[in-house]
Each structure stands twice: as C-alpha cells, then as structure tokens.
Design a protein around this ligand. Sequence first.
Ligand code: ADP
Ligand code: ZN
Length: 737
Amino acid sequence: MKFARVIVDQSGGVALDYAIPPEWEARVQTGSRVSVPVRQRQALATVIELLDESNVPGIRPILKVVGERPILSPNLLRLARWMADYYCCPVETAMRAVLPQVIRKGNVGFKQRLVARLVQAIDPAVLAELERRAPKQAALVDTLRDGETMPVAALLKNAGADRAALQSLVRKGLVATENETVTRDPHEGETFVLAAPHELNPEQVDVFGHVCAAVDQPEKPLLLHGVTGSGKTEIYLQAIQRVLDRGQSAIMLVPEIALTPQTVERFKSRFAAMQQSVAVLHSHLSEGERHDEWHKINNGAARIVIGARSAVFAPLENLGLIVVDEEHENSYKQEEAPRYHARDLAVLRGSLEKCAVLLGSATPSLESFHNAAIGKYKLLRMALRVDDRKMPFIRIIDMRLEAHGGEAPSIISEKLRAAIDVRLARKEQSILFLNRRGFSTSLSCPACGYVSECPNCSISLTFHRAENRLICHLCGHTAVAPNKCPECKAPGIKFAGFGTERVEEIVGKLFPKAVIRRMDADTMTRKEAYRETLTAFRTGKIDILLGTQMIAKGLHFPNVTLVGIVNADMGLHMPDFRAGERTFQLLTQVAGRAGRGDVEGEVFVQSFTPHHPAIQFARHHDYDGFAEQEIEWRKQWEYPPFSKMVLVTVRCAHQERGKFSLETLHRRLKEHLPANTTLGEPAPAPLEKSHGNYRFHLILKTRTVQKLTRVLNEVLEKLTFPEDVTVTVDVDPYQLL
Ligand code: ADP
Ligand code: ZN
C-alpha cells in the first residue's frame, strides 16, 4: 500500500494523508489532482508528496483521480511552497496562483463539435442513384471529401441539406459522425504574416552572444539595460528562436499593460510558421480560452508562452529561457494574496529549472540594478538606438514661469502648443500623456472651503463631465455633481485640478482641425476599443493621442515625433520611497515613444519642480546618474534594496478597533522579533480610509525575510482579532499608501 499527502483546496493549507487504492498507484503522482473524503464531504486536493507509510489511524482512501497526468510539476510545487514561506501565506493560497482557477475546479472541459466523414470512398453508381432519388443526400456526399472530416454545421450549410438527410446517410453506413475537440483560439481569424528576423547590429550581436551562452549553460540571471528603441525585443525574439532550435521552450513575461495587440502580433508574426505553438495568457481570456491555452501548454503543444505575471507559472517542460520584459514594472507585483513578484519568481523558477533568465528594461529597477552591481546578476548594455536613431531631445518647461499675473498657468504651455502646431503642419503625430483620468480632480467651495470627498475613502471625488458625476477612483462611489455648495449653499463651486477629459477639451479648442483621441479607462471600456484606437493611430487617422499610462509602454509608432508630458510632478510627491524612481521610469518610458522612425523626436515635460533629480536625470537620459544618487539615498535610509520591507496593514470599519488591533500586534512583535529587524511604529496609513475601512500601517525592515515571516505567522496565529478586522502581510510591498 502507498500513501499520498495532499493539500485540500480552500483548506488553509493543512497537509492530510490518504491511502492510494492499488489500481491507481501508477496514476497518482506528486502534483496529481485527486478527490478525497474530508469529514462527511468530498473535496478536491493536490498531491504534494508520495509516502511509503503513514501512521494516521483509520486512514481513508483517495476517491478519484482527476485527469490523466499530474497538473503540477515538482518544480512548480516547489515554487508554490517557497512562495508560501516567503510571502507569508498558506501553501494552498500559493497553489491557487500557480494553477488557474478554471483548471483547479475542473468544471470546464474542451469544446466539442460534431464532425462528419465518409466511411469509405463512394461508388459512382451509388452516387448516381442518390442523385436521382435523394438529391440532398447526394449533395452531402458531394460536399464531403475523401478522408477529411467536416464540422456538421458547415456541412449542412454548404450542401443546403438538413439533419434528416445526414441521418439517412449515417443509417446507410455511408457517413459517420463523431465528436471532435476544438481549441478556442483567442486569435482565431487573425492572420499573421511571417516576419523575418533583423540582422543584429554590433551592440545586439554582443548582447545576443551572452544570452546564447546563458541559454547553453545557464549561470546567473542576465539584466539587459537597453535604452528605449535599442532593439531589446529583437534580442528576445532571436533568443527564443535559439531556445526552440535546441528543442526547448520559453516564457516571455510582459506587463499586462504592454500586452497590447502590437506585442502579441510581433511574436505571432515572427513565429507565424508555428503559430499553434505560441500560447498567450492574459486577463481578457474567457474561461474556455484560458482552459484551452493552459492545456496546450501542459500537453506540450505550445512551446512559447507570452503572458502577464501569472504566465511565470506556465506549465512548460524543458524550459530554456524566461524573459521578463520591462522588469521594473510594478504590475509584476500581485496586489492580493499571494502577493508575489513575478520577476523575482522568474529568477527563482529559472534556478529550479536550470534555465536562462533574461530581465530587460530601459530603466531597470534599483533592486535589479543593485543585484547586478553586487554580482548576483550579469549586466548587459545597449546604449544606442537601432539604425542610429537619436534619443529624443527632452525639454523641461518650468510651469512656474507660465503663470502670469496671479492666474493659474494654462494646462498646455505656449511652448508645447507651438510644438504640436508644428507637428500638425508636418502631418506628424503627437502623444500627450497625463496620468489622471476624469475632468477635474476635485470640487471645492471658495466660500466655506468644502471639498467633495468620498464618504468611503479619504480622497476627493473626481468630476467626470461626460456622465456629469463625481466618481471615486478608489471604490467607484458616484454622486451627482452639485451646482452649489452642499454645505453653505453658496453658488460658484469650483473645479480644481485636471484629468484627461479636461485636457481633451482644451486640446480640442486649441486645435479645432486636429483629430484627437483619448485613451484611458473611461474611453476603453469595450474590449475592442483599445485595438481600434491603436490601429487608427498607426494608420495615421489620429493626429494627437492623449492618454494615461495605457499609452506609455511598449508602443512603437514611427510617425510620432512629439511627446508632451502634461504634468510630470503628479507622482513625485507621494509618501513612497519609490516616488522618484517611478517618476524617472515613467518620464523615460513615455519619452521613449518619440522619434522611433526616421525623424528625430522631441519631448516636452511640463513641471512645477523642474530641478528635481528624477526629472533632470531623465532629461539627460542618464540612468546611471539617477541610479547612483538614488542608491546612495536608499542606503542611507536602509530602504530596499538595502533591506527587505514587510508591510502589515490592518483594515477595519471601526477606527478605534483597527488602531487597537495593530497596537496589540505591534506589542507582540516587539517581544519576538528576530535580530536584524527594525520595527516601525503603528500609524494610520497615508490613505487613511478606503472602501469604508480605516487603514493602519506597520512597516518592518529586515535582512532575513523568512525568519521574520515565520515569527509573524506564529504571532498572528496566536492572536485573535475582532471579526471585522482584516490583517494583511505584504512582503516587498509596492503599494505603500
Ligand atoms: P526596444 O524593445 O529596445 O524598445 P525594439 O526591439 O522594439 O526595441 O526595436 C525598435 C525597432 O527597431 C523595431 O521596429 C524593431 O523591429 C527594429 N529593430 C530591432 N533590431 C533591429 C536591427 N538589428 N535592424 C533593424 N531594425 C531593428
Ligand atoms: Zn471611495
């Protein structure tokens, strides 16, 4: 008798033992999905270990094995366990991230369709007879070709026949019907034209050589720092080709926001000859599509997986390479449990699978850059744009000088306006970037000082003019926009601040003849809208594209020669130690959209703090300069990468209860803290209230995360909090508000 140790779904992660009935011994393996009895009911579970003996008294047998093969490889299982340990969550929660829900539940299957085929070649005499006596049956036989199957629906349509005619043929034994599995292809009906690889330039050749060496003999992860337009993607494509040639497979991670039709098309086109081997995973797939893509990967049909962060768990075998494009992107961090970072997991998975890992960015995260500096990663560089294209020229516009006679400066400065004018005259395109949607960011009463705040969150409501409503960008609360002050009833309520909707209006007035299109979460509600807008822009039907970060990443439009950043300061003054880094990254990335064709690009950055280092270094395309001073500052304050941060958040609708809960936790932690750990003071979070809950923060800094999370887990287990109090632990947090 053999035994299996399993973790039951939705159980919090306790391991239980069951006996394996002899007839299933071969099928039950580590990573198999099984159905087991838990008290009076049945539950799905994942096998995490096989045992030769078990001392559980009255051990019960496994009831059923789900699927033919294990669906979790030993390495993915290890990854899940590491995640649970490091990110301080139950193993079961970690396994939930590794296996898509649609696979775990097992309630969606392959799509089936009925197909028909000729049982054997039809005798001409039989056909002649049919033509005379049953023309519809003859038409059916005629439509079917020897040795080929045809979907019944299409067959009936093409032959102009009905089901009864088909049934007669089946009864006569001339035609057979059967069910066939069809894959739901999210890119069905799209055609991809084969795109040949470019001949690499000298810088690329050098980098490619290092990447190939790593693929052949994986050592440490590679960090490719290549300026925007230096041809990083071309390197990824050729490296993946190399991996395929070796008979291996590859994962290509891209930020969700960069998973544009443009990116997918580039990959699908390069590998057009083997399109079915490319699987795409992103959040817009239907359950059925996700199911099919996952199985395509798991059964080895797909050998390249492109996807957002969860694609790091793609069940590919024989991995040769994991690429993480735009490795600095915050969207690689999952903001719900398990709060993992896909770039860090990619590095870990690479070492488990013994495959090469390539991280690429024009603005590497300071964590990765530091890892390269201390020799954990190997740094590769590409400092030049492809084809001698110049880096765009960046001008900083000091908005303080734009204010005249006490009036607020206009949202589009005179210099930026003139630059757009030039582009319109030359039939070139412009991009305007603003990281805030809506019309105005707050509504206030000049008479009494009233500001329209969300009743559930401690932020002001944004006015959206199209709907004529005030909307909370956090919880979605909406209210009718008042036309007089709700407090003091004075008229003359004022809109302050601006969002994309307002800029669209202003730009429309400045350039009445230009075609302007806005791209933000408000205008892109339809699934197809994004694609349509990008196509219209690429084909020159739009002069000015205005948008939020949706337009900042990964887009490549050769005719864009001007980028205007309407308000560069927006993210700069956040209470977050990464505020400077984020601003630098954003400016560099957005600026990188300009001058990707033959004409040199120009960038206008409007700012009220033009001398801020993040802005000045971005202006001079000086990543190293920025990184150097930022690293110095982080070191001084022991911020990551010089420490690991753990953020504990307490949420509660009742302010005092929330505060008290965190204070209790703080006291307990103080008694048990491992060495090398600094414990901050419990305090209200910068965002004090959200979705009706008060929020409190506790920040810990340590060198040894796992030691700390172990203590945290123990302390949390012993404490009981009031029922309405939620405690979350975020290791390596990216959201500090
Ligand atoms: P990055 O990913 O670094 O921003 P891309 O790989 O998108 O840069 O390259 C920018 C443009 O240059 C793309 O249109 C790409 O097809 C083209 N390109 C890349 N490498 C070469 C090359 N060696 N020769 C010619 N064109 C290239
Ligand atoms: Zn709200």
